[in-house]
Design a protein around this ligand. Structure first.
Ligand code: COA
Length: 162
């Protein structure tokens, strides 16, 4: 049975491990291991994850199976335009296609009932995630290039009105 809970600061190292696993699985055909290591070390640092877990404008949810973290999603609410920006959504490959990603999106939305729009960025070649978001009603509204430690990541900006 899968449970969904607010992430705790002491869980940051296990969340980082999950992110490394899902990143390696999703991006090993697209990026070199050096590039994956560089991006994950910056984007998934313990200090950044801790800051986000503690931020009252961030909804940070973990999915657990037998007390082990097997999925996560965090999203930041921008009150000015009632926008919820999904920063990460990751499910352990062994637990994908069981509705956990879909449930995580619903759970992060629950903290900010006044939201009117969802926004996210997805790597251009990550077609599995792109189709997942499209199926959930997100539409491509633009493109963006991330440059992280010398790694260029072409991405699509997607939005969904609630
Ligand atoms: C994208 C991602 C988060 C989706 O998570 P997931 O848990 O597999 O998503 P879901 O199970 O909710 O939905 C996936 C599929 O399962 C189906 N599904 C949904 N609920 C289901 C259920 N209860 N039982 C069986 N299948 C179900 C969905 O219809 C969907 O089908 P589709 O393949 O036809 O689209 C996951 O693939 C992932 O972690 N990828 C790697 C990281 C990544 O790319 N993240 C996004 C970066 S922006």
């Amino acid at each position: 049975m899968i449970s969904y809970q607010k992430a705790k600061v002491e869980e940051a190292p296990d969340i980082k491990k999950l992110l490394y696993k899902t990143w390696t699985s999703a991006y090993s055909d697209i990026y070199s291991q050096e590039a994956i290591d560089a991006v994950t070390s910056e984007w998934h640092s313990i200090s950044l994850l801790t800051k986000q877990i503690l931020n009252p404008n961030v909804s940070f949810i973990v999915a657990k199976s037998d007390e082990k973290i097997i999925g996560m999603c965090n999203a930041e609410f921008k009150p000015k335009n009632k926008l919820l920006y999904i920063q990460r959504l990751h499910v352990d490959p062994k637990f994908q296609n069981r509705g956990i990603g879909s449930t995580l999106i619903k759970k992060v939305m629950g903290k900010f009932p006044s939201l009117i729009k969802l926004k996210l960025e997805v790597e251009k070649q990550n077609l599995k995630a792109f189709y997942f978001y499209q199926k959930h009603g997100f539409k491509k509204v633009g493109t963006k290039n991330f440059l992280v430690k010398g790694v260029r990541m072409p991405s699509l900006i997607m939005e969904k009105l609630i």
